[in-house]
Design a protein around this ligand. Structure first.
Ligand code: ITT
Ligand code: NA
Length: 180
């Protein structure tokens, strides 16, 4: 089975490719993008994007809309995670969190999947962690160096370890269960 993964994010693609290879699914990256709705929730963004891209490409398509939801910041950056990562970066997020005692945060990944002529499906995965006090580790991508999971940041975990417990892994497991 082959699935086109529409994403411009190399880190996301690499992880999905590794996770799905174990399940015997080949993923092909397409970097053409899709219109991202302005919504408070990731689910409708992923559903709309998958449907749009499936019809455009005429092939089964998956997308992954993800984000970091920080409790003390009322869920920010959430659906704005890509914008905040690009414009502000991890250092500025840590600055916002400077005086916050509650470091609780949730990483969330929503996989949108659609076959041409069908309705899109969405599959969610989350992982709970804490925002670290400084950036640690050089692995992964994006917010990984500031997301502490049981004492180690995702940047300090190897790819293999991150892929066992990550939001993306959990979303892909749900997706695979449905595909099967
Ligand atoms: P697409 O082309 O797939 O949309 P993107 O990077 O724009 O790629 P999103 O719109 O879903 O992705 O934004 C999610 C943001 O959260 C983005 O800055 C990612 O780098 C970051 N992110 C997502 N998953 C992550 C993970 O597993 N570890 C660290 N950061 C992550
Ligand atoms: Na994006």
């Amino acid at each position: 089975r082959k699935i086109v993964f529409v994403t411009g994010n190399k880190g996301k693609f690499g992880e999905a490719k590794e996770i799905l290879a174990v399940k015997g699914i080949e993923v092909i990256q397409n970097r053409d993008g899709y219109p991202e709705l302005q919504e408070d929730e990731l689910e409708p963004i992923a559903a709309y994007g998958a449907k749009w891209a499936a019809e455009k490409l005429g092939m089964p398509v998956m997308v992954d809309d993800s984000g970091l939801f920080i409790k003390a910041l009322k869920g920010f950056p959430g659906p704005y995670s890509a914008f905040v990562e690009e414009k502000l970066g991890n250092g500025r997020v840590l600055k916002l969190m400077e005086d916050e005692k509650d470091r609780t945060a949730t990483f969330k990944s929503v996989i949108g999947y659609c076959e041409p002529g069908s309705e899109p499906k969405v599959f969610t995965g989350t992982v709970e962690g804490k925002i670290s006090y400084e950036e640690r580790g050089t692995g992964g991508f994006g917010y990984d160096p500031i997301f502490d999971y049981n004492g180690k940041t995702f940047g300090e975990l190897g790819n293999e370890e991150k892929n066992k417990v990550s939001h993306r892994r959990r979303a892909i497991d749900n997706f695979f269960e449905w595909l099967d």
